[in-house]
Design a protein around this ligand. Structure first.
Ligand code: SF4
Ligand code: SF4
Ligand code: SF4
Length: 353
């Protein structure tokens, strides 16, 4: 614990050191080497190629991606049967702290943030949704972001082929992280305004002014909404002779371009949308800071002065070594466990307390 206190003081000191950015830049050149040297999967245990945390997470991510947007099942079994199957599930499941639209044609899961928006703009105070969100985040932290959210999955898979990720300096990263908080305030304010107007019965003028932002101000640029709702509603070209359909897309062209930007930028900057833009992620971070499940480091094994592998592989670009050994209560940790998988000294531990 004494070491933890020392480290906490170090954090405050480090944040005021301008030369830290230089250190980070120097370390960056060695990062790839360090990751290469880190033990990944032992060749003596070929089953480790399949049964390991990283592979398990990928499988879970794919299953939930398909489950949220089950067009594949619809193609096999027919739309009505699949719709009935998923709707039975949706009746009993709480919303999860991810982003997933309620309107997804075959969606079994809905995102908490998406539901909060809808309930607020309809004039209801979302007691149940908020309660379920707090319980889930307090126990499991943001693990749903790391393991289930379809937009996290898209970004993770886009960044897999690139071993040389871009890591902004801490100062720039902190500035960029503020964007999602500002967006949350704007979106929350608009939702509450529409909700209060609905209760008072004078929402018509406001809804006309807000247009596509009235039902949920995040929707037009919510990648989950674009992928699972807007994509399905478009007239897609089936050949060269129908390529002109694209000219009818109008607003969807901008949304489509936004999805491409998310994927392309993720190749170099993992989870950039989660880290900087997603207002839902900001909200979930507020309630997951003191989650019962969290990451810690074993001080007997960790060698923070000569190693930074965990920070280099962290998709959320968290400065893990700045946190106390005992618990890393970061609102940005999505419990993906990539740091644990890559740590050469097996110093990262998952704690429940
Ligand atoms: S922060 Fe990322 S993973 Fe979490 S809800 Fe937003 S898009 Fe999904
Ligand atoms: S936990 Fe410590 S030993 Fe493990 S990768 Fe991080 S700094 Fe290195
Ligand atoms: S600290 Fe570890 S578990 Fe948390 S987001 Fe970073 S790599 Fe994932």
């Amino acid at each position: 614990m004494a070491e933890d206190a020392d480290r906490t003081e170090d954090i405050a000191e480090e944040e005021e050191q301008p030369e830290l950015d230089e250190v980070v830049k120097e370390e960056k050149t060695k990062d790839t080497d360090r990751i290469d040297k880190a033990p990944r999967i032992s060749l003596k245990n070929p089953l480790g190629l399949i049964f390991n945390t990283r592979m398990l997470r990928r499988v879970v991510q794919i299953l939930f991606f398909i489950g949220i947007n089950a067009y594949l099942f619809a193609a096999w079994f027919g739309g009505d049967e699949v719709l009935a199957f998923w709707e039975n599930f949706r009746e009993v499941l709480p919303t999860l702290p991810i982003i997933a639209p309620l309107e997804g044609s075959f969606a079994v899961l809905a995102g908490t943030f998406d539901t909060l928006q809808r309930e607020l703009t309809s004039g209801f105070f979302p007691f149940f949704t908020i309660g379920a969100m707090i319980i889930i985040l307090t126990i499991l932290g943001r693990s749903a972001c790391g393991w289930i959210c379809p937009i996290g999955t898209v970004q993770d898979f886009a960044s897999i082929p690139n071993r040389n990720k871009v890591r902004p300096a801490p100062g720039s990263e902190n500035e960029l992280r503020r964007i999602k908080a500002y967006l949350f305030v704007i979106i929350g304010f608009l939702a509450a305004w529409v909700g209060v107007s609905t209760v008072l019965g004078n929402e018509e003028a406001l809804v006309n002014v807000l247009g596509p932002f009235a039902n949920g101000a995040f929707d037009p640029f919510n990648p989950a909404y674009i992928i699972f709702v807007e994509f399905a509603n478009q007239n897609w070209p089936t050949g060269l002779e129908t390529l002109w359909y694209v000219t009818q897309w109008e607003w969807f062209l901008v949304q489509f371009a936004f999805i491409i930007v998310i994927v392309v930028v993720s190749f170099w900057i993992p989870r950039w949308f989660c880290r900087w833009i997603c207002p839902a992620g900001w909200l979930y971070g507020v309630f997951s800071r003191a989650a019962l499940f969290s990451i810690g480091r074993n001080p007997a094994r960790c060698t923070p002065d000569t190693c930074n592998v965990c920070e280099v592989v962290c998709p959320m670009n968290i400065r893990i070594r700045r946190f106390p050994y005992q618990h890393m209560h970061s609102p940005d940790c999505i419990l993906c466990l990539d740091c644990r998988s890559h740590c050469p000294n097996k110093a990262i531990v998952v704690r429940f307390s």
